[in-house]
Design a protein around this ligand. Structure first.
Ligand SMILES: Cc1cc2nc3c(=O)[nH]c(=O)nc-3n(C[C@H](O)[C@H](O)[C@H](O)COP(=O)(O)OP(=O)(O)OC[C@H]3O[C@@H](n4cnc5c(N)ncnc54)[C@H](O)[C@@H]3O)c2cc1C
Length: 347
């Protein structure tokens, strides 16, 4: 385990905000993970698990505890039949590298999740999703260190209670309890997704006359669409989609439609009001905001940090967006990225 003291959280997160963490441990083995938790227990410090910080916002007060950075590496095909395949990656692997590993072998099920920043271990935490896919559709199990019972566990898909941006890992009494060491996906072997695809993906495929929907072709299409409209975390500071989409009941969706709002009906029958659409319709796309932020002119859900150094600046920008959307449409937007605060109090 590699231990550092007084590390700026702004350097560990893609929104580039946040004061000092008292300790940061990089772990690359299960022994390291256990050692890190022992260290925190002895020092009576809270722990926060971090991957690449692409969905995490640091606060000005920093973190008076131990941040554990997952750096566990390795990817493998566990089992393959003519129908499906189990693929496993360690939690510290780069998520997009894992998607590439799967697509290159012709395995289908995560191609639309290409180019999402972050680690494999974080991917199930908020049930990452894009272009009609989310990881709940393909995750078979996760291996995790249960920090309450001090033992390794394997959690199956049903135990994770995966919903839109919500799972047992980030919501409810078990949030922060499990350190995910590995993720296993069950993917289709030799199967291709079938159209129609998510609107912007379908448009791209049509424009580029792509009719072979191989995992690799779809991966390339998704990556190209994303590269054209989403900021590269290495160049522009953001945490991806800053607000969650809003899920409506049948009745709410009917009323919203009558009021001219654009609602997307999902194949499972639920209704979604796109937060990016609301922000754009409120006239905020591409706008400068107080505090040193602006909303991307390519994707209205992306809040970009141009010069802010303080969480207080973020509060100003966020308040402006939430107020403007609420005044115009009566919907209160909810932040998607999590904030780096102690999730679980340790004895
Ligand atoms: C430009 C950009 C585009 C994005 N696009 C998308 C998108 O299309 N779809 C989408 O869903 N998200 C998107 N995101 C958000 C982000 O990429 C995902 O949430 C990703 O899974 C975060 O990975 P990370 O390693 O950076 O997580 P972190 O931010 O480090 O952690 C996120 C959460 O997971 C927990 N966690 C991390 N690792 C573990 C672990 N090993 N065990 C247990 N808990 C853990 C943390 O405690 C924290 O609560 C985007 C972000 C950016 C910056």
């Amino acid at each position: 385990m590699k231990l550092r003291e007084n590390v700026l959280i702004s350097e560990l997160t893609t929104m580039r905000l946040g004061g000092s963490a008292r300790f940061v441990a990089e772990v690359s083995s299960l022994a390291d993970v256990k050692e890190a938790y022992e260290f925190a227990k002895d020092a009576k410090m809270p722990v926060y698990i971090l991957g690449d910080g692409a969905n995490t916002i640091g606060r000005d007060e920093g973190f008076d505890g131990l941040i554990i950075l997952n750096r566990m590496k390795g990817m493998e095909v566990v089992e393959e039949t003519s129908d499906d395949v189990l693929v496993r990656a360690m939690g510290g692997e780069n998520w997009d590298g894992f998607v590439e590993f799967c697509c290159e072998r012709g395995y289908s099920g995560v191609e639309c999740l290409s180019a999402i920043p972050g680690t494999v271990g974080a991917a199930p935490v908020q049930n990452i999703g894009a272009y009609g896919q989310d990881i709940s559709q393909t995750v078979d199990n996760v291996e995790a260190y249960d920090t309450r019972e001090n033992e390794m566990v394997i959690l199956g898909r049903d135990e994770m209670k995966m919903a839109y941006r919500s799972t047992i890992f980030n919501d409810g009494p078990d949030a922060g309890r499990y350190f995910i060491t590995a993720v296993t996906l069950r993917l289709e072997n030799d199967e291709k997704l079938e159209p129609p695809f998510y609107n912007s993906l379908q448009k791209y495929l049509d424009e580029h006359q792509i009719s072979d929907y191989s995992p690799l072709n779809l991966r390339e299409a998704v990556s190209a669409i994303r590269a054209a409209k989403l900021p590269d975390p290495a160049e522009e500071a953001s945490a991806g989609s800053f607000f969650k989409n809003i899920h409506l009941s049948d009745e709410e969706a009917l009323t919203a439609r009558e009021e001219g709002l654009k609602i997307y009906d999902k194949p499972d029958g639920s209704h979604v009001l796109n937060a990016g659409w609301l922000i754009e319709a409120a006239g905020l796309k591409g706008k400068e905001l107080p505090g040193g932020f602006h909303i991307s002119d390519k994707a209205a859900l992306i809040l970009i940090n141009d010069s802010a150094k303080s969480y207080k600046d973020l509060e100003k920008a966020r308040a402006e967006i939430v107020r403007t959307v609420f005044d115009k449409f009566g919907f209160r937007l909810e932040q998607e990225p999590v904030e780096l605060v102690a999730k679980e109090r340790r004895a």
